[in-house]
Design a binder for this molecule. Structure first.
Ligand code: ATP
Length: 239
């Protein structure tokens, strides 16, 4: 591809004390793409997402949107155009659906545009509209995942980051969520997706990276990786 990436990660390193979790990760996401990152438990997928967002400190490396190098402070990263639906959803259980969504809009100040985004989230996930006044802690796992994605969309990001949206959900609910992600991408949203459910992720994404113990060991079009015998043996066996 000759054009410049929208999101670009270069030489990203993260350590937790003596544990080196990321050892120089490079990754690009182009406008309009869905890119997935697959890997086993503990490979560093969540660390990658959290380091991109500035939620864990980066020892080295840069994260850029276009030509702009992003801050390492998470509230600034959101204002600069990235938004994360985190692993385990992390909805605010004692707040309502509406209140959770409004929390996601914190960097914005145009009330009418915020309302328009909320209406759009309700179109994508009508169940959230039906339950708009309900406490998030009383939603089902699938509904909480919808809320986490909706909350992330409320900041009107340039790139939407999703950490394990399928975690702990029934296959039919996963199918619904992935169908909505495809729709969101079809409307123009660029997506970076981290998944242990490698088959689903490869089926949804345009390109993918495979990470193992903090390094990218393979990358390419998802349609090629899904038929790669090494990927199949290591990551597709049980999904
Ligand atoms: P999973 O799919 O199980 O969440 P992952 O690929 O997301 O795995 P990470 O959670 O990023 O992997 O973990 C990468 C490595 O960093 C692992 O060895 C993990 O034990 C370690 N690690 C993650 N968070 C911390 C932490 N807060 N303190 C110490 N070590 C950590």
């Amino acid at each position: 591809m000759d054009k410049k990436p929208l999101l670009s990660v270069r030489g990203l390193e993260v350590s937790y004390g003596a544990i080196k979790a990321l050892l120089g990760v490079d990754l690009d996401v182009y406008e309009g793409e869905i890119v997935s990152v697959i890997g086993a438990n503990g490979a560093g997928k969540s660390t990658l997402m959290n380091a991109i967002m500035g939620d864990v400190p980066r020892q080295a490396g840069t994260v850029s949107i276009g030509d702009k190098v992003l801050s390492s402070k998470s509230f600034q990263v959101v204002a600069q155009g990235l938004s994360l639906s985190p692993e385990g959803r992390k909805v605010f259980t004692t707040l309502t659906v509406d209140e959770n969504l409004m929390m996601g809009a914190f960097p914005r100040d145009d009330r009418s545009k915020i309302e328009a985004t909320k209406e759009h989230v309700f179109e994508l996930f009508p169940r959230l509209k039906e339950r708009h006044g309900q406490y998030a802690g009383t939603l089902s796992g699938g509904e909480q995942q919808m809320l986490a994605i909706g909350r992330a969309l409320m900041s009107a990001p340039k790139v939407l980051l999703l950490d394990e949206p399928s975690l702990g959900l029934a296959p039919i609910v996963i199918k619904d969520i992935f169908r909505e992600l495809k729709k969101i991408n079809g409307e123009g949203m660029t997506i970076l997706l981290v998944e242990q459910n490698a088959r689903q992720a490869l089926m949804l994404s345009h390109r993918a990276y495979v990470i193992q113990t903090g390094r990218v060991i393979m990358e390419g079009p998802s349609s090629e990786l899904i038929t790669n015998p090494e990927v199949e043996a290591a990551y597709l066996g049980t999904t």
